[in-house]
Design a protein around this ligand. Structure first.
Ligand code: AMP
Length: 207
């Protein structure tokens, strides 16, 4: 699932994964959990995330390679936040050599909506799921809801800049493929979920 920060990738990837009974694999969640478990683990990755920049391709490609090899990912999975560079997109093609089709859904949202969403969003400190409404605790696991450190206004601007520079070219990389679909993310959550479901069905049904 592709889209800029704040497009709703996490929420929609979570909903889709739950509906299809496949894991949602979020490289951002894996990185946040790793730093929570061991704050000294990788100071460089930590500083990079805090600044809204991208962690090294090798690190995230390694995370995805290991995660895709786990048994629960055998029948399918939803990738959330990966790939984010052309290098990662090419690595993913190699990782999925015999596991096609890779269905690519790009969630499109105007910049003004993104900024508004990022400044008000909350995620679960325990399971990483974005809050889907103004709630006191996570609706998935009951964990506490917190603002993400990198949703701070200055870091948000940097993340959007990095998205335009590093990640936007991936959309063009996939757009030529018959497995690519784009979805309007500037609608109510249920409508976006329905559009994603039809988009994926239209790719899988056509094969
Ligand atoms: P996310 O939760 O997907 O917004 O990711 C949070 C942060 O983790 C990003 O701003 C990056 O610093 C890092 N990160 C997550 N996924 C990737 C990726 N595929 N490539 C590089 N850095 C990533």
């Amino acid at each position: 699932m592709l889209g800029p920060p704040g497009a709703g990738k996490g929420t929609q990837a979570g909903r889709f994964a739950q509906a299809r009974q496949v894991p949602r694999i979020s490289t951002g969640d894996v990185l946040r959990q790793a730093r929570q478990a061991n704050p000294d683990l990788d100071k460089q990755a930590r500083a990079t995330m805090d600044a809204g920049r991208l962690v090294d391709d090798d690190v995230v490609i390694g995370i995805v390679r290991r995660r895709l090899a786990e048994p629960d990912a055998r029948e399918g999975f939803v990738l959330d936040g990966f790939p984010r560079t052309l290098n990662q997109a090419e690595a993913l093609d190699h990782l999925l050599d015999d596991r096609q089709p890779l269905v690519v859904v790009d969630i499109e949202v105007p910049d003004t909506t993104l900024l508004e969403r990022l400044q008000t969003r909350r995620i679960c400190a325990k399971c990483g799921m974005p809050a889907t409404a103004v709630l006191a605790v996570c609706s998935a696991c009951g964990g506490p809801l917190i603002a993400r450190g990198d949703d701070d206004a200055r870091v948000v601007r940097e993340r959007l800049r990095v998205y335009e520079q590093e990640s936007r070219p991936i959309v063009e990389f996939y757009r030529r493929r018959s497995t690519f679909r784009s979805v309007d993310g500037d609608q109510p959550q249920d409508a976006v979920a329905a559009d994603i479901s039809s988009a994926v069905a239209s790719v899988l049904g056509a094969r």
